[in-house]
Structures are given as C-alpha cells and as structure tokens.
Design a protein around this ligand. Sequence first.
Ligand code: C2E
Ligand code: CA
Ligand code: CA
Length: 279
Amino acid sequence: AKSRGLSQYGFYQPEMAEATAKKTRMEQMLRQALEKNELLLHYQPQICAQTQALVGAEVLVRWQPAGQPMVSPAQFIPLAEETGLIIPIGEWIFRRACEQYVKWRAQGMRDILLSVNVSPHQIEEADFVERFVAIIEETGIDASRVVLEITESLAIQEGEDAIRKLKTLKQRGLQVSMDDFGTGYSSLGVLKLYQVDSLKIAREFIRDLTDDHEQRTIVNAILAMAASMKLKVIAEGVETKEQFDHLRLQGCDWIQGFYFSKPLSAEDFARFAGGGRLF
Ligand code: C2E
Ligand code: CA
Ligand code: CA
C-alpha cells in the first residue's frame, strides 16, 4: 500500500508543523534574549484598599525582541519553563528587581513591598535558596520587603521539598503569597502548610464580581476565610470603581489592577509613587 502520510489520521496538520517551527524559532530567540538585553521589568502598583496609599509593586517581565513586536509573558514564560530557561531568566528578574528597589530607596522612595513571581521550576532547583539568598545579600535589599508569589500547582507538584525551601527563606525574612488563589487545587490546608502571608484572588473571580452572584459569593467567602486565618488578601485585575468599592467594603486589604494603574516602567513607577514628582 502506498504511504499516504500522517494527515489522513488527522494528527499531522500543516498548521501544527507551522506552530512547532514558530515555537522552535521563539526558543532560539529566547535563549539569546538575556545577553541581547531584550528583557525588561515593569512594576504594577498595589494599593491599600482603605487608605489608597501605595503599598507594593508586582514585578512583571517583558520581552522586546529587536525589530519584533513585544512578546507577552503569558507566551514566553511557559516556553521558558519548558526549556529550563526560566532558571537563568528568573534569576535575572529577581536580581534586577532587587537592584531597582534598592535604587528607588536610595532616591527616597517609601518602604513598599516588592512582589516577584517565582516559577515552580525555580523552587525545584537544588540551589534555589542559596541563589536567592545570595541575590538578597549582594543587592542589600531588606529581605522583609520581598514577597515571593507562588502558584497553587506548586503545592501539588513539589510538596515537602518546596515547603522546606520556602520555610528557610521565610526565616530569612521573606514573605510568601499564593498567586491566582481559587483557580487551582489549593485548600486551606495548603495555605497553612506553605505558611503563606497573603493570597491573591485570581482575576477570573474579580471580573464578574459585581454582576455575577456566584462569583461574589466566592470572593466574599475567600475574604472571610482569609480574615479568620489572619492572611492579607490582594485582589488582582480590579478594573472598575464598582469592583473596588465592593472589595473595600468586604475588607479586602490590597488592590492591584488597571483601575489604579497598569504595569509601569521603573521610571513611570517612580513618578506614580511620588504622585507626579519623583517621590
Ligand atoms: P500574573 O502573575 O497573574 O500577573 C498578573 C497579570 O495580570 C499581568 O499580566 C498584568 O499585566 C495583568 N493585569 C494587571 N491588572 C490587570 C487588570 O486590571 N485587568 C487585566 N485584564 N489584566 C491585568 P502579564 O504581565 O501579561 O503577565 C502574565 C503572566 O505571566 C503573569 O500572570 C505571570 O504568571 C507570568 N509572569 C509575568 N512576569 C513574570 C515573571 O517575572 N516571572 C514569572 N515566573 N512569571 C511571570
Ligand atoms: Ca503574580
Ligand atoms: Ca496572578
């Protein structure tokens, strides 16, 4: 019988080949992104719901390949995780963010929190704790200002090793926050086990907060539970005054979202922090 290729079975499609080629190209480009200086950091303000004062910044990485459109982290972080590139990239992000924070402080900025996303793959690395501690010492950042945002999937995959490592970092003064809370499998038990200091309510729950009764019930339940566990809660993806008002009245501690500000360059963040002036 004549070979008719894989396409008759429906699992070889030209679009698939194209997607694979595109991914390979992107991987090659990403390998060089660090040395080519194509990565940069943006900082999204986090606001106290009660006083509307600036309380923190979430560090969000950006990739601007030369002559190409900006690539979203939602695209290249998964690729970086798949290829192991998240290790050098994640380390660069943490060092760069700490350096920036120390610089801001020297320029007179208030003592805010600096939240950094940490991928499960980074925590898995045998020398994760040593590397992060080294960066803290080398940059001179006050460790108690650093918040590591971890994800719920970590809780499932890594278990005791991750718990032990995060505990060591917590003993050095760092804080831990559970990102995208409510979307994964995490439970109260997991929050306790990881000794998190705060949790972030996923954007998915905030989006329909004001017109979906069910979402509202979930958000209110998370807020009540967090309060009883003495955990701080930050709502992300807050875009409207209605969402903000609801969260504030329900006792949410901190707010992050376009309603207050999109992620900003370091320069714009400094301006934001200073209310128009530089601090
Ligand atoms: P995330 O950690 O949940 O980050 C929040 C995302 O929501 C950011 O997208 C932010 O720009 C976006 N966002 C903030 N406020 C609003 C809002 O009011 N409305 C809407 N619609 N979106 C809002 P971004 O920067 O594209 O990052 C996407 C994801 O990529 C992040 O989700 C995080 O999982 C990952 N990521 C970003 N930076 C880093 C990083 O430095 N390290 C690691 N490991 N992952 C990162
Ligand atoms: Ca995050
Ligand atoms: Ca998040």
